[in-house]
Design a protein around this ligand. Sequence first.
Ligand code: F6R
Length: 245
Amino acid sequence: MDIITANTYDDLSQVAAEILIKKVKQNPNLVIGMATGSTPTKLYEYLIKDYKENRTSYQGITTFNLDEYVGLDKNDSNSYFEYMNRNLFKHINICIENTHIPNGKAEDLEEECRNYEQKLHDKGPIDIQILGLGENGHIGFNEPGTRFDSRTHVVKLTESTRKANARFFKTMEDVPSHAITMGIDSIMNAKEILLLVSGKNKAKAYEQLMNGSFSDTFPASILKKHPCVRIITDNTVLQNSSIIA
Ligand code: F6R
């Protein structure tokens, strides 16, 4: 695993954007695995800024999002569909038909998972997968205990993940109990992985990733087995952990 240490969250986001923009320029048909949540929002801001200034084209780019809440309408402000439109897609020249996000309102969720895997198979592999890190070590919504050989599936969110995400919802009861997520094996199929870790609430998880053992009780530990992982972290994490940069 390659570790890049940035000073601030802003620097981390800028470094991540530079890596992505370079790859988009090198391969106009790049397949990107997208993440949502707080961590990548500034990275997306930098992609938009670059698009406005330099017109880096996303016309031939395909994207696959990691996950989506079950039960939320696409247009719900908390759906990841809406998040991606608001934070990135509507600001760049990506073809919406080349973007993929699981449908959390599908009548048959199991079928939706199978279809998503099929699309990943047909249009993949993902060239570069962006990941955030859950406080409990989850990647995507693969909670502790998820099998390493899992593919896209429906997951019951842990209370700690629901609490961590409650800040986006009016009440705790509004936080969905389930999500569809790409599985750990689906994520590990990406050619390259870019893990972004920022915030003092991630310090413990980062420490465990660096020093802990390989175990399905800490899903991100699987990343140690991937041949091409870059981790970008910043001082908000390092100053609150025992890891020396
Ligand atoms: C989001 C996702 C999650 C988040 C993780 C960290 O699509 O799959 O694994 O990356 O929960 O979330 P933030 O960035 O909000 O701390």
